[in-house]
Design a protein around this ligand. Structure first.
Ligand code: MN
Length: 513
């Protein structure tokens, strides 16, 4: 392709905190968001989409803090093509060194007729289409009054009539859009077609050279990464996605797969990114831990088995020459192979430096709390691994104030016993105690806690996993609770799984308050 330089760079746009979090069934607190944004900066993504400030005061606050604290990447905020949304983005991004506003509007007939049904948008489809171009142009101009960098999304571009899409893009680029995002919002397209759409934009939008084309794909048909790469192959120079591919429904395109695709097949694409791939493993685990969405073992690039060779023939070939069956090295994406082990002899400074390497920067007081807990665990299980530390941080430093606290727990079960639990809770400073029987020890504990707190929360999901290998491993429990339309995740960790279960439930109830 004569139009493209062999060394062209693809800008990597991470939307884990916006499109990803939106769908996770749980909201992250602003502290977790900043922690993740800091890790994304270490990963050296080019743009972090930090949130949708007009959607809630919490989201506004998180975007504002990220804009203030995270240096390096461009910080982007989402808005609809609505004046109030754009003002809100402008305010949230005021302290960012490199702010970007991402505004846009629906462009497919289905979206136009569905979301702009009201007659004030026009009586016919053609009337509405003209009105939407005017609204989009207004929005982009308004955003350009706040910041110099404005990205426009043409929602549901994957199902739009191409000629209308071209017309819309030309208008918004004239209005000052610096990036045009072509989302396959519903995950409907297939690679050849999506690639042609991007090529069509390059060939038919007269002022396209003044803007960067961005691809944003969803995985409803399992094609998000393939579609993204097809878009890049056809001239897109920015790619959007999330870590671990989390996101609405089947998810967004997984950034680690796209970046490693471009890198591993540089011979084919002749492109590069500025991402530091050795941070992928750590980022992946941080996202999984924060959202309680574990990474499947067979997940490309970051799954635990992604680099495991088990068939006899493969192992034999592999031992003779790694390249026979390995296209990427585990170390390239941050699998370290050897694991760092801390013990009861590890000092406070050693613990702090390990936590910082894992992406957790704690205050002095938090470090004191963590150190005491670390010593208690090191005492019980001798060796403390990174995974243990992460579980302990979540358990010991919850993101919300703990109005409920588990003080005491005794449970009783066995092959012939009726499972029984006695629980003592501190409820807003007052001690409450009660007992219950249940189907099993966890059920008995949960019934006792529910009785003491008179909660109506519905338990949607209960998951338990061993943090590391072996029977002495810590157990980490994750619960999803719901009251009305509010959903939260609670988590707890302990070498005693009944205690971990109780803590997770109590943590969830604290987050519902
Ligand atoms: Mn999306």
């Amino acid at each position: 392709d004569a139009g493209m330089k062999a060394t062209a760079k693809i800008a990597v746009f991470d939307t884990t905190l916006r499109d990803g979090e939106q769908a996770a069934g749980t909201r992250l607190g602003s502290r977790d968001k900043i922690r993740l944004a800091r890790q994304l900066a270490r990963l050296k993504v080019d743009i972090i989409e930090a949130g949708f400030p007009a959607s809630s005061p919490d989201d506004f606050d998180a975007v504002r803090k990220i804009a203030q604290e995270i240096k390096g990447p461009t910080i982007c905020a989402l808005s609809r093509a609505v004046a109030a949304d754009i003002e809100s983005c402008g305010k949230a991004l005021a302290k960012a060194a490199r702010p970007r506003i991402h505004t846009g509007i629906g462009v497919s007939d289905i979206h136009i007729m569905g979301k702009f049904r009201d007659e004030r948008y026009g009586k016919t489809l053609e009337g509405k289409k003209a009105k939407l171009v005017a609204l989009a142009v207004d929005a982009v101009k308004r955003a350009r009054n706040c910041v110099g960098d404005v990205q426009f999304y043409a929602e549901d571009a994957g199902r739009a009539a191409p000629l209308y899409l071209f017309e819309m893009l030309e208008a918004v680029i004239d209005a000052g859009a610096t990036v045009v995002n072509i989302p396959d919002t519903t995950g409907y397209t297939v690679p050849e077609q999506y690639g042609e759409l991007i090529r069509g934009i390059r060939d038919n939008v007269p002022n396209i050279a003044r803007a960067t084309i961005s691809v944003h794909c969803h995985d409803d048909l399992g094609l998000a990464v393939a579609n993204s790469l097809a878009g890049i192959r056809n001239g897109a120079r920015q790619v959007e996605g999330t870590i671990n591919g989390i996101g609405e429904r089947a998810g967004n395109a997984a950034l680690e797969e796209i970046v490693m695709g471009i890198r591993t097949r540089a011979d084919y694409y002749g492109l590069s990114t500025g991402v530091e791939p050795r941070e992928f493993f750590r980022t992946s685990r941080m996202v999984a831990d924060m959202l309680g969405m574990p990474v499947p073992a067979n997940k490309a690039v970051v799954g635990l088995n992604a680099f495991a060779h088990s068939s006899g023939i493969h192992v034999d070939g592999f031992l003779k020459d790694r390249q026979t069956y390995e296209i990427m090295r585990p170390a390239d994406v941050g699998f370290t192979g050897s694991r760092v082990v801390l013990t009861a002899r590890t000092g406070r400074a050693g613990l702090r430096s390990r936590l910082e390497k894992l992406g957790y920067e704690l205050s002095k007081q938090e470090l004191d709390t963590m150190y005491q807990r670390f010593l208690a665990v090191a005492d019980k299980k001798q060796e403390v691994l990174d995974e243990d530390l992460v579980a302990l941080v979540h358990d010991e430093l919850p993101p919300v104030e703990q109005n409920l606290k588990l003080e005491y727990l005794h449970s009783y079960s066995g092959t012939t016993a009726i499972p029984t639990a006695t629980v003592r809770l501190l409820v807003n400073g007052k001690t409450k105690e009660g007992a219950s029987i249940g189907d099993g020890p966890v059920d008995a504990v949960y019934k006792a806690i529910a009785k003491l707190t008179a909660t109506h929360a519905k338990l949607l999901r209960y998951d338990i996993r061993a943090v590391t290998e072996g029977t002495e491993a810590m157990g980490e429990v994750t619960v999803h609770l719901e009251i009305g339309n509010r959903r939260v995740m609670g988590r707890g960790a302990s070498t005693d799984i009944i205690e971990a279960s109780a803590k997770a439930y109590v943590d969830g109830l604290n987050r519902l308050v």
